[in-house]
Design a protein around this ligand. Structure first.
Ligand SMILES: [Zn+2]
Length: 325
């Protein structure tokens, strides 16, 4: 088939006439969209299209539908806003929505997203404003699965791979018949070779740097041993045996670790973890918060709190220093 041509939507073939990847260029806000896969119908495999984690504004999913519909199923990889905001649009196109536990609940009610991820420092009304900025709406029904479950749509098999470093329910997706590994939001966010993005993101309490390092090793092994193509939510397509995504993610983690360590040394921090985090938080090491206003400042401060805390804890662990509260 011809690749659909839709303004503001970049569509590429991962595998000719079989799997496409799409990217929305201009987005309403920073956490509004992510790239995802379109698995076209194929005789004996799936009679209707299956969409994997392509969170784009409904005006584009409607356009796309004209070329690739009907759509049987949609798989969301985790409950962050850049993967949830517009999923309701696919549901409106009659796709059955699947999402991992516990995050399937965030698609049904924003209160669940707030309750599981934030505390008193960020109110529900702040999160609501942030969700509105990203054009989030709820879904009516979501089929929940457990990270690690294998999904079967007709004869199309999709293995969900737990990568919890980025968040409790966060999964990658592996399609064994096509040898495609989608590592989702793990942190390979180079738009093209040599151009850096933010890298791995771990701004909630349930994220973990140690788990991240394990996830990267696991994804690398799976890719090199079993897959031909690697795709992700914010990066370019990689062909086996290219190790760039894994080296990139490890480097970004290390660079940020060094940034926090250096700032901690310069500030002559005490060993009181909470005090140290709050002191470093004022330095705008990770996000330019000073320029931000209102609810955005609160949310980015909350994320940076956890990012810095995780790095300091990682240093404490490496140096075998006991945490003091
Ligand atoms: Zn995410």
């Amino acid at each position: 088939m011809e690749i659909p041509k839709i303004k503001n939507l970049e569509i590429k073939e991962v595998i000719k006439d079989n799997i496409l990847i799409a990217h929305q260029n201009k987005v309403p806000s920073d956490f509004s969209c992510c790239d995802g896969l379109i698995i076209l119908p194929r005789k004996g495999r799936n009679s209707e299209t299956v969409i994997l984690d392509l969170n784009i504004q409904p005006k584009y999913s409607i356009e796309l539908y004209k070329d690739i519909g009907p759509i049987l199923n949609y798989v969301c990889t985790h409950g962050h806003l850049d993967h949830m905001a517009h999923v309701y649009g696919w549901e409106a196109l009659e796709a059955t929505i699947h999402a991992p536990n516990p995050e399937a609940n965030y698609l049904l009610d924003l209160k669940n997203f707030h309750k599981d991820n934030f505390d008193a420092r960020v109110s529900f009304s702040d999160v609501k404003k942030f969700a509105e900025l990203n054009e989030y709406f709820t879904c009516n029904n979501v089929e929940a699965f457990e990270p690690g479950d294998t999904l079967k749509f007709e004869n199309l098999i999709i293995e969900t791979i737990p990568f919890p470093g980025h968040g409790n329910g966060h999964v990658g997706l592996y399609i064994p018949s096509e040898k495609v590994l989608h590592i989702s939001c793990m942190g390979f966010d180079q738009p093209e070779p040599g151009i850096d993005g933010f890298g791995p993101w771990y701004g909630f309490q349930d994220c973990s740097i140690e788990q991240y390092l394990e996830d990267i090793d696991k994804a690398e092994k799976l890719f090199l041993e079993k897959a031909k193509f690697l795709t992700s939510s914010h990066g370019y397509i990689v062909k086996n045996p290219d190790k760039t995504p894994f080296e990139y993610m490890r480097r970004k983690l290390k660079e940020r670790q060094n940034l926090v360590n250096m700032a901690a040394i310069k500030s002559e921090l005490s060993l009181n973890l909470e005090e140290s985090v709050n002191l470093l938080l004022e330095q705008d090491l990770i996000f330019q918060k000073k320029k931000m206003k209102s609810f955005l400042k609160k949310i980015y401060t909350f994320w940076e709190y956890w990012i810095i805390k995780k790095h300091l804890q990682h240093t404490y662990k490496t140096l075998e220093i006991e945490e003091q509260d």
